[in-house]
Design a protein around this ligand. Sequence first.
Ligand code: SF4
Length: 356
Amino acid sequence: MNTALNESTVHARIKAPASPPRLPLTATDKAEMKQRIKRLLVEQNAVLVAHYYVDGDLQALAEETGGHVADSLEMARFGNDSDATTLVVCGVRFMGETAKILNPEKRVLMPDLAATCSLDEGCPADAFSAFCDAHPDRTVVVYANTSARVKARSDWVVTSSIALPIVKHLHAKGDKLLWAPDKHLGHYVQRMTGVDMLLWDGACVVHEEFKGFALNQVRRLHPDAAILVHPESPEEVVQQADVVGSTTQLIKAVTDLPNQKFIVATDQGIFWKMHQLAPHKTLIPAPTAGEGATCESCAQCPWMAMNALQNLEQVLLRGDREIHIEESIRQRALLPIQRMLNFARGHGIGARRNSD
Ligand code: SF4
């Protein structure tokens, strides 16, 4: 058995935050607020970079203003290529940190700096570093959903869109891996590659809610639907998938496959882009914790939900909520990120303009 879960450290079940209270906007309020935000972006030479999981209004605004909507790999690449002097990252904290690591000369703002991620929170840098110290013979591969300090302790950073090719490459070199923090993605990568991996015991509170038994029942109701699953989901869900992939890969499946119906096991924010690209197709959310059960997230990331038009306007007006990273950490974290981006470039993976 090549896998050993890290029992010595944290697996705390991370508690998802409650949705932030926010007054609803009327259609007129919303339109006026969008106009003000557009003016502020121009005045400040700022660009919006949004993840597929944030609110559709933010994704639309990013596209209308010359920004970008993407997965975390492409968000990093866009920020790096953009001429804007301010990047406003609508997503979660590690995405803002990655933008800053790659663009130290740019100002990186986020609507809410408290928007983190259960994977990031469940992998504290000191405990992770001790775990690495205990296994010095292993190449350290960390998922992008980690803090700058954890990245700084790694050899490679990967996103879900590039994890498999990078791990295959390392496996071919004969490397044994230490993987963090998502155990479900780690198990999936291990099953696909056969590599020797030691896994950190972390999970995404959103994807962990998807249930294999309930998914099987929904499949029976829609036998013509293709099942799309993000690999942060549990194994019994992944095993039922027609397509397992990153957000970009799942969106591509909706446009490319002939099916008219899809059952989708990932955050429901992705439906905005799927509807935009394939408006005539039917999207069915995969079942989460089940009727009557407690559902921590119900397929909506509570941290992604902290991004809204209101706090986007505020951060542009006040200029606060800026990402800062200690320079020595930034320089060390840059190496494994750059390694991933160079690998992507060298293997023609995820050319940015094709990723929508
Ligand atoms: S959906 Fe999961 S992995 Fe993505 S930011 Fe939210 S908690 Fe983190």
